[in-house]
Structure formats: C-alpha cells, structure tokens
Ligand binder design. Structure first.
Ligand code: UD1
Length: 422
C-alpha cells in the first residue's frame, strides 16, 4: 500500500483545476443500466471507486470504456446487460454499489447485489433504500450476504415515498427505479445535494420525466424507454473545499479553475469566517490564506448545510487556528476516526459523543499517521501541510478511491509530498 511523506511549512501558489465529482459520477454510471443506448459521460475523474463501478458494469455484460487521462470521456453501453449481479468480490470496497439495485430492478426486474462495504464511517445501512423499493412492489431476500431482489410481475409501480432520513444515494436509487416504473412516484424528504440534481439531469437528457430536482419533493412520471445521452460530470465540490482548506493550512494563494460556486456556498461562507480571503472571478475562485486562521464552529447537515464530507478537512484546519472550535457531526455516528491521528501531530481535540472541541495549538509537528477513510485521509494530508517537519501517511489507497491525484495537485502548487509506492 502506498504511503505519503509530507514536509510541512511550504505555502501553496498557482492554479489548479477541480476534477469531476466522484459522488455525481457514481450514480451517473449506474444510470447507464437504464439507457437503451450508450451513455457518454464527459469530465469523468480518474478514481478508484469509478474503476470499481466500471468493472461492475462490465461484469454485468456492459461495454465499458472509461477513457484516458484527466477530464476523460467514458462510454457506457449496457444494452446487452445479461447478468444483473454485483458480487462481493467486486463491491466489497465500495458502498455506492447499492446504486445499481434501483436501475437493475427497473430495467430487468431482478438483481442480486452483495451488501455494500466502503468507508467505515458508521453503520451505514441501506434499509431506507430497500423500504422505498418495497413500496414500489419489489421483494427482497437475503442469501449468502447478497440481497436478492425481484420486481413484481409487470414491473415496478410508482408510489408515494417519504424518506424518514435524508439519504443521498437512497434518493438517487429510488429516482433511477422510478423513471422506468409504471405511473407516478413522489419522493418526499428527498436529498437536495447537487449530485442528486446531476443524476436527475442526466436522466432528463435520457428522456425521463422528473420535476422538483433540488427540492425536498421529487415527482417522477415513469416512461417506457430511456435513450442514451451525453452528460458532463460537474466539478467536485468536496475536492474544491479540500483544496481551499489546504491553502488555509499551508498559507499562500491559489486559483481554483472550474469552481462549483453555488454548490459550495455554505462552505465558502464558513471558510471566510476563519479569515480565508476568497474572491470569485467568473467560473474560477482565488483563495488567499490569512495571517492568522480564526476558529469557527460547524454542524454537519444535509445540503444546503455544511457537508459531512468536509468535516474532517475543516477539523484539520481548526487544529492550528486561534481559539476554540466546536464541530458537531449529525450525519454519521462514527466519523471522528481522524481525531486520534490528528492528535499525533499535537492537535488538542476533546470528543464528546457527536461533538469534537478543538483548541487551536500554536504549532503542529510532523508524525506518522494511518488513514482510515476517504475524507479522514485528506484531513491528515492537510494537517501535515501545516506541521513542522516530516509526516507519513499510511494506507493512502482510501485517498485514491475518491480524489483524483490530490497529492499530485498539491505538489504542483508547491507542497512537498512524496509518494512511496508499496
Ligand atoms: C452519500 C455520499 C457520501 C456522503 C453522504 C452524506 C455518495 C456515493 N456518497 O453517502 O460521500 O458522506 O452521502 O452526505 O454519494 N441511512 C440509513 N439507512 C439508509 C440510508 C442511509 O440509516 O438506508 C443513514 C446513514 O447511516 C446516515 C444518513 O442516513 O446516517 C445519511 O446517509 P446517506 O445520505 O444515505 O449517505 P450515502 O448516500 O451512503
């Protein structure tokens, strides 16, 4: 497993392009299952999780070409799909594999999907996905760790569904099930995340009938057929936020090309509160680190609130800030695994249930650390940028699952990061 060696204390300068969003690309790839022709996705990032999804679609009988290099064009043709299955070997590292369940039930009326793995950030069940699909007539059995699913005779039926908790992939899964179902589906308490909107827009381009995207109520009128389409993956708001946290910690000034302004408004407002100087210039954004970073509080919430996927990076930012920061995690019950590792750098963090109290220290110092999940890995890299001396981050494969060359991008901006291949 690769590790990173970071030497802190170097300011960042220059321009960097934000890659396509992982959490949009995953459901978009699953949506190819629904298309009666090839789905072309542009601006696809080069990420471990997307390769896993590509292998899964190939296993199902799809023709999958994920393209080459950065900003790649992928062509996904699932018209010959003959094996509606997601076996454990292929999906054990990726929770988003559950996203194929809705499309498979809609397209072929059956599916066998291994219970998902992925980041160890809490229990993360998919009971809400299953409950919603059941309301559309699907039946489920558990066999050998797999969910064996069947649609009713004649296909899934539209239904009125209220999610008791806002669920991002649950909303996407259900939307993809409903676009080919008989009749109308109403999803209440739907997720409003930009990636859900992206998925919906791609389905619209394929010929689906959807209203209310980006609101808490999504209404879908089932159609008989969806065609292929071309869709551009939007820039990754979490990668953009991570790069902003990086400059806040390392110092310096960077320009982010293709910045997802609207999708990141809450994070930008919070980062301004810490003193980061942020200037939008057309589609880009210039961010300048302040002399002194000030503490600020956050509580994670579903969109448009502060994203849980930025919590670890924000905490890293607060470790050397002036003052005390209170960080409350409301989405996942076990998303503080980075705390123990940040403490190794000298961070002063007290944990009480779902709240972390970070008292800023005047200087972090480099240490060896082990990454536990995707965003936690990023937070360790960020904190290392501000630490004196050398840090080592082990198990960076988590980082590569969800960031397109984060270390490479930071090095191009002037950071000292060396990747040691296992
Ligand atoms: C997605 C994102 C992930 C992000 C999360 C919250 C993708 C591929 N992943 O994950 O990066 O951190 O949204 O913004 O888009 N829950 C249940 N039962 C369910 C489903 C969810 O109890 O069936 C709970 C979860 O445990 C969690 C909360 O609902 O406490 C929200 O989770 P959810 O929005 O579903 O997260 P994901 O879609 O898995």
């Amino acid at each position: 497993m690769d590790k990173l060696i970071v030497e802190g204390g170097r300011p960042l300068r220059g321009e960097v392009r934000v890659s396509g969003a992982k959490n949009a690309a995953l459901p978009l790839m699953a949506a190819a299952i629904l298309a009666g022709g090839p789905l072309k996705l542009t601006n696809l990032p080069d990420l471990g999780d997307l390769k896993t999804m590509g292998r899964l679609l190939t296993f199902m009988g799809g023709q999958v070409d994920l393209g080459q290099g950065a900003r790649r064009e992928a062509l996904l043709d699932l018209t010959q799909l003959n094996k509606p299955e997601a076996p454990h070997e292929l999906v054990k590292t990726m929770r988003a594999s559950a996203l194929v369940l809705g499309p498979l039930l809609a397209r072929v009326g059956r599916a066998r999907v291994s219970l998902p793995g992925g980041c160890a950030i809490g229990v993360r069940p998919i009971d809400l996905h299953l409950k919603a699909l059941r309301a559309m007539g699907a039946v489920f059995d558990l066999s050998g760790g797999d969910i064996v699913a069947r649609a009713p005779e004649g296909g899934l039926k539209g239904a009125e569904i209220r999610f008791e908790t806002v669920t991002v992939t649950g909303t996407e899964n259900l939307m993809m099930a409903a676009v080919l179902a008989k009749g109308r589906t109403v999803i209440a308490n739907a997720a409003r995340e930009p990636e859900v909107v992206d998925t919906g827009r791609a389905l619209l381009a394929m010929g689906a009938k959807i209203e209310g995207l980006g609101t808490g109520t999504i209404i879908i009128e089932g159609v008989d057929f969806l065609s292929g389409a071309t869709y551009e993956v939007t820039p990754d708001r979490i990668e953009a936020g991570t790069l902003l946290a990086a400059v806040a910690l390392a110092g310096g000034e960077i320009t982010l090309r293709g910045f997802p302004h609207e999708a990141l408004a809450t994070v930008v407002a919070k980062l301004k509160e810490t003193g980061l100087i942020i200037t939008p210039i057309g589609p880009d954004l210039v961010a300048k680190a302040p002399e002194v970073l000030e503490a600020a509080d956050i509580t994670t919430q579903p969109y448009p609130g502060f994203p849980t996927d930025m919590q670890a990076q924000f905490m890293a930012m607060m470790t050397p800030a002036r003052g005390t920061s209170v960080i409350t995690e409301t989405i996942f019950e076990n998303r503080f695994m980075h705390v123990g590792e940040l403490r190794r750098l000298g961070a002063d963090i007290a944990l009480e249930g779902r709240t972390a109290v970070v008292r800023g220290v005047s200087q972090l110092s480099g240490a060896p650390m082990t990454a536990s999940d995707l965003r936690a890995s990023a937070s360790l890299v960020l904190a290392s940028l501000a630490a004196k001396g050398l840090s080592q981050i082990h198990r960076v494969y988590h980082l590569d699952r969800g960031y397109e060359g984060l270390d490479r991008k930071l090095v191009a901006l002037g950071a000292s990061i060396q990747r040691v291949k296992a």
